[in-house]
Design a protein around this ligand. Sequence first.
Ligand SMILES: [Zn+2]
Length: 463
Amino acid sequence: MNTFVKSLSVMIATVFISALLSSTVNAVDSEATQLLKNRTAEFDKEIIKVSSSVYTAVGYAVSPVSMIVGDDGVVIVDTGLDIEQGKAIRIDFRRIVDKPVKAIIFTHGHPDHTHGASAFMDSPDVQVWAREGFGHEQNTLERAGILIQKRRGGAQAGFSLTPEQRINNGVAKAFWPNRKGGIWGADQNIAPTELVSSERKKVSVAGIDLELVAANGETQDGLYVWLPEERVVFAGDNFYKSWPNLYAIRGTPYRDIRAWANVIDDILNEGAVALVGGHTRPIIGENEVTETLGNYRDAIRFLFDKTVEGINKGLSPNQLVEYVVLPDKYRDLDYLKPYYGNPEWAVRAIFSGYLGWFDGNATNLFPLTDKQEAERFAKVAGGVDGLLELATKATRDRDFQWSAQLSDYVLSLQPNNAKAMINKADALTGLADEIPTATARNYYLSSAIALRKRAEDANDIKP
Ligand SMILES: [Zn+2]
């Protein structure tokens, strides 16, 4: 085939595939997609006056950035991910009060709360407070040489998606990395100058009395900030309006879910009248704060206790996710909907966090490898073609999970099978449309994009 005819046939194939794909994509938003879209108002750009001396900038950066105004300076709690976004916040904070930053407090070591710090370094004397063990989560993996979490994190965030596909990230506006170097720059990360090693550390800066309280939940380097005079609490990522990310699909060490619920209880017991979360807009009003934190704590505890109950009955992770069902009183609350974390992932995390990979079923002590299982399945299905036929039928029937699994069998046997890649991409796109959990949606769609690209390349190789 000459080059022109070949590229023409690739073009026709691409058009045909695109037409096929668009027929499987809904023109009207699904309920899940609509739910996620409705969230976008949560991320409107605004500086919210939380109490007489606390201002929180939301919608400027991935995490909210707060300013506490003191006598001769201000304290900043969390700094967002990006220096340019941080600078915009710094300018708008100065419009409210033009006092120098005396201290920055990091609620934990995640980049989306720390990497914007240099925008708030008004002088080299700025104190930077964090918990001892700062950066624990990333360091644990990197010390072991594990790096895949970065790629998985990119898929979870949906960096390869278009704005239309990505919607938002569930607890924040969708931002993309600035490839010119303004973002994600480790060299721009400001290291803590003061580390909190006690359970509760009283700090006085710029005439502001603060308490930094150890809070092992999402991470083991977490703290929450308590401003007793105005009864404002800054919870970091142990609270935001969404089902919490008790397990992150990018891959992290076990997040202590029991401890997380206890931290929520500690925060609740402070008696706050305003709650600034690690993401989403602050909650203001004593009753609302108390009710929200109470439900948040109880929902996490319910899930944990029910999972342990199931584990002790001998259930496997795949059985536990059927067994553990959150009561409607929690599921109906908007701030417990799975926009970012997902209860099912938490159930699995509790199992593997305590018991490891073995599900307790003797059959699974030495399971068949993917390829061995696929070979046997192919025989049942009448060969690879039979498997592929079942897979494409499952997509047509909107049985997307089964379709993806069947496609995986084909790809285990024929890794360059473009039809299986396209079918799997379609199935993942269908799954993305059915789930309001932004991290899952982004991961599905990112994987679908990669598969379509691979399918194009595979088509290109063939004569
Ligand atoms: Zn965060």
